[in-house]
Structures are given as C-alpha cells and as structure tokens.
Design a protein around this ligand. Sequence first.
Ligand code: ZN
Length: 412
Amino acid sequence: MRRLTCFLPALLLALTLAACGVSGGEPEAQTPSVPEEASQEPEAAPEPPPYAILDPTVMPEGGVRDGVAYAAYDGIVEHLFFHPVIAYPELAFDGDNQANGLDDYMVTVGEYNKILQSVYDKGFVLVDISDVWSEATGEDGQPKMVRNTLYLPEGKKPLILSFDDTNYYQYMLANGFAYKLIIDDSGKIASWGLNPQGNEVVSRDLDAIPILDKFVEEHPDFSPFGAKGCLSLTGYEGILGYRTQTDTQNWTEAQEASRQREREAVKPIIAELKRTGWTFGSHTWGHLRLDSKPLEHIQADTQRWADEVGSLVGPTTILFYPHGSRPDGNDWKNTGPVFQYLQSQGFRVFCSVGIESFSYIKKDICAVICDRLHPDGTTLRHSRERYLQFYDAKDIMDTAVRPQREISWAIE
Ligand SMILES: [Zn+2]
C-alpha cells in the first residue's frame, strides 16, 4: 500500500509505453539515448521540491511522526465533491441561459477558498479515496472490499475530496472558468485562461486544483499523507483542457495529428498532478446515465474511456456516476448486469451523490458504494444545516455575485 514518489518514474515509463500503444515486446533500449545538446539546455525547467506521499493505513513507528501523535480511526470518512470553480462570477452570472445551472452546481473561487479554510479549521485532514477501502480475500476465499483503519493525527477527521468534470468543457470557457491546466514558470500546476477583458492569465488562484495545492503548501498539516483529491474525468472533450478525444463522425489526419500533440502536451501535467497527491477516476467517457443506457452502449463507452483517458492517466478502480445515477436502478440492493460489467472492468469504488457520506460494502460482489456531499449553489442556498459540520453557508455564500434566487436560511 505504501506509495512513494520515487516509484513514479518507473510507473510513468510504463504509462508512456502504454499510451504509445506499445503492447508486448521489450522497449528497444533500457537506457534511452539522450541527445548531446539536451545536457547543455540553458533553461531547464526548475526542479520541483520533493513531495512525500504516505500511507494512512500504516501507524507511524512509535505512534508519532514529526512530533505529532497518531491514533486509529474507524469512523465515517466524509466525502465532498466539487465541479470546476468559477474564476470570474461576472461571466458566469451574466444572465445567459447557463447562469442558473452554474449557480446550482458550482461555487466561486472566493467560496471555495472559504470552504477549504473552514474544513481545515474544523479539524479535517485529506485522505485519498483509494486508501479508504482495499480489496481483500474473504473467509469464503472470494475477493471483497474492506474498510481500512486509518491512522490520523490525534483528534483529526478524514476528508475525501473529489472533483467532477475536470475536463474544461468548451461551454465553460466563455462562462468564467479556467481553460486548462498548465505547468507554470516555477514548475507548478497552474491554470491558463482569459480574463473578462480577453487577456491571457496564468494563475494558481483561479482554479480548484492549484488553489488546493497552494492551500496545502501553506497548511501542510491539512494533508498529513500528501493526498489532494481525485479527479473525475469524462473523455468526450478531452481531459484537463487538452483535446485528446476522437470523433467517430469525421476524422482527418490533421485532427489525429492535433490529438496526438494534445496527448503529448497533457502527459507532464498528469505526471506532476500524480507526483503531488492527485489521483484519477472515471466519470464515463460520454457522461452517461448508467441507470438508463443499454449495456452495449455502456460497454463501448467504458472501452473508449480506457483507450482515450485510461491510456493517459493509468488504470483506476474509482467510478463516479454521472448525474449520480445508479446502475440497474439501485446499486446497493441489486447487483445487475451493468454493475457486474463495470466491476469486471476493474471498478471497485462506485460513487454517487447524496445527503450524507454514506458507504456500503457489497456482500455479493467485490465493490463498495459511497455517496458524496456536494458543496454548490443548491446546498449553499437550501442545505445550510446539513453542511454545518463543514462550514456555515451564511459565511460562505457570495450573495453579491450570485443570481437573486431563493435562499432558505435568509428567510428562516
Ligand atoms: Zn458530471
């Protein structure tokens, strides 16, 4: 279970080979030949500071690490998920036909900053979703999921973060969101985009991912194991702002060449995200409703996600249901054909959306179902009580920039 950053180069090489379609056969040379001029390159990218990723399922030796006492934790692991955050509310809430949807499902950068500060102040610490449950062998010899005991700094509570649709969809770009992730001059993940005046902006303050990176730099005790969040990716408009998708309707050589360039361009971003505690899950290629699509459609979609997204980010055991819609009608009472198929493709943790961080280990198949809470305009307006353990919507919601719509607590 212990993951160390020093294993990453080998992993990356394997992923790069997989991405290039190298299957079977050995790479030609064990040591890639480096062109002469490469070593004389005057402006090499700065070496980023080392980043340690630790395993929360292992008690530190003597129960203490860096002077902090650790204790076993078997309680609820809270799970919050966000969509991309709104960098420029004046573009998001400009009264066009997207404005109410963005108000329902998103938070602004200002609100997100306050939420991070609040969960930090309330004693939450970040854990990665893939460390919370593991696959084990049951008494009957069959594989099953088990909930791991976590060893946390004494008095702290674990929190999973996930981020849906971190694809930087075309429709969002003109609506006040960052356009893509890049690596900035300091070697760190930043966002690139256009401000309302149309000028290019590279920043670490305008997108949920670099904002969390910065928050952890400033508050390292918020992430004692180095975990950040799990990025839930579709594939139909590429990933992380790079147009790595295919189109089956019409495909030219020029489009394929462009797609390959985008694939190359996103690889260092993925590598740096992984190195600094981010992990990846599937949100299906086409943002499919898993409760109603035919099985054949879901099978083709799953294959396409593996080909176009999995080939870049690596395999994952985490599936985030689009629209929160559960396969086969009810995924924790039934284990229907869609669920069985998805499980056979390697998924073990199936995440929906709900009113609490509910989780349920299935008895008849090796899988766990978990619900996530959703900080967004809907819950800021109407679910203040339920979210008080994380933050008070009254302190968070930016009523000055959001549309003038109903707020339950304002009229209580
Ligand atoms: Zn989604």
